[in-house]
Design a protein. Structure first.
Ligand code: COA
Length: 105
């Protein structure tokens, strides 16, 4: 890793992407997001999550998109809602303090 790599990482606003997660013994496509504190409240997570949703949809990656979110994490719940997801009590995560939000793609 070079100094340039470290400079570039320091300028990253955050990350957002798609991963496969096991829920109810089935692989589900999850969108995850993190934004550094100084860059929050500008809509970056929502914009990035919507871009991931559109990528998943246009590439027919899955029939459903999910997001696994701590029950007290209001900002993430709002990102999920604004991406088109809603709380899905039919899907459970191994962590009892995490809820699952989902939407059909
Ligand atoms: C959740 C997170 C990614 C949101 O990023 P963001 O770019 O600030 O999100 P947006 O600007 O798109 O805003 C989404 C909603 O969260 C709210 N929000 C953003 N940061 C917030 C904060 N620090 N405290 C309270 N609400 C916050 C916004 O007001 C918005 O809600 P609204 O539409 O009702 O006004 C960011 O707060 C974060 O990285 N948190 C820590 C890591 C984390 O929890 N990751 C998700 C794991 S599931």
């Amino acid at each position: 890793m070079s100094t340039n790599d470290l400079d570039e990482m320091a300028n990253l606003l955050g990350d957002c992407g798609l991963t496969w997660q096991m829920l109810n013994a089935t692989a589900e496509l999850e969108v995850g997001f993190h934004v550094k504190t100084s860059a929050q409240y500008f809509g970056f997570a929502t914009e990035a999550a919507i871009a991931c949703r559109e990528y998943a949809r246009s590439h027919a990656l899955a029939s459903r998109l999910v997001s696994i979110i701590h029950r007290d994490n209001r900002p993430s719940q709002r990102v999920a809602q604004k991406t088109g997801m809603s709380l899905d009590r039919s899907l459970t995560h191994s962590s009892p303090v995490h809820d699952v939000y989902s939407m059909d793609l």
